[in-house]
Design a protein around this ligand. Structure first.
Ligand code: ARG
Length: 248
């Protein structure tokens, strides 16, 4: 606190700094990222992030349209103006910050490694680059493998198989085309929850912060989203969402 201003925080009235009216923003998501963003059995996009942005849009007075698309091209689509934000469990990374801006973090996640239930692979084998593994193209999991296993020459490049989404990697795991698959822990848990042939071998702590990505020049939207996230995270609805999507 600034000297002489102690306690000022409590007395300043809370104002909604940015209200946007009559604008529709297109929200890019990967529809294969449960529980954050996915397509429900009726074909509608839903999930923790999708419900969050609908709530924020409602409070801030703008409309949203949810646009499922390929993860690998999602930042170029944002830069090209095909979508206005990415709200789909995107980790804030230095590399991405060169291209886009991010809201304040709203979640922290680590990586998990999935293997077949009858596998004898250990987490140490995985970390030593001894197994053929799969990851989503353009994900921080793929980046982790490249940085920690390939660039260090622990693992030959060919042992990393890239997929458009994680469920595709899991089917290759089940079909024994790969022996492990890496992805954000909450999503691995969700996707393997109903499977008895795939288990989580362990996690690797990466402390990734998720943020909403917007174009660098879209300061008005960024401010509205940051205000909206503050409001959401202070509202009982935030806890409801966390429970509903089993993120606690
Ligand atoms: N958090 C990881 C990343 O940012 C994986 C995100 C994948 N998100 C998705 N919607 N497919 O790269």
């Amino acid at each position: 606190a600034i000297a002489g201003c102690t306690g000022a925080d409590e007395t300043v009235p809370v104002v909604e700094k940015v209200t946007i009216i009559d604008v529709k923003y297109i929200v890019g998501i990967d529809g294969e990222y449960p529980p954050y963003s996915y397509i429900d059995k009726d074909g509608n996009p839903t999930g923790f992030d999708v419900e969050s942005i609908k709530w924020i849009a409602d409070k801030k007075g703008f409309d949203v349209e949810i646009q499922p698309m390929a993860w690998d091209g999602i930042i170029p689509a944002l830069q090209a103006g095909k979508i206005d934000m990415v709200y789909s469990g995107m980790t804030i990374t230095d590399e991405r910050l060169e291209k886009v801006n991010f809201s304040k973090p709203y979640w922290v996640a680590n990586q998990a490694v999935a293997v077949r239930a009858d596998s004898e692979i250990t987490l140490d084998d995985y970390k030593a680059g001894k197994v053929v593994c799969g990851a989503q193209r353009g994900s921080t999991a793929a980046e982790w493998i490249e940085t920690n296993l390939i660039k260090t020459e622990l693992m030959p490049e060919d042992n990393l198989k890239l997929y458009d989404n994680f469920p595709l990697a899991v089917s290759d795991l089940e079909n024994k085309r790969i022996d492990a698959a890496m992805y954000d822990t909450p999503v691995v848990k969700d996707i393997i929850a109903e499977k008895d042939d795939v288990v989580m071998l362990g996690t690797i702590q990466t402390d990734e912060e998720y943020g909403i990505a917007v174009r660098k020049d879209d300061v008005r939207l960024l401010n509205a989203l940051n205000d909206g996230l503050d409001m959401l995270m202070a509202d009982p609805y935030w806890k409801e969402l966390i429970e509903k999507y089993k993120l606690a």
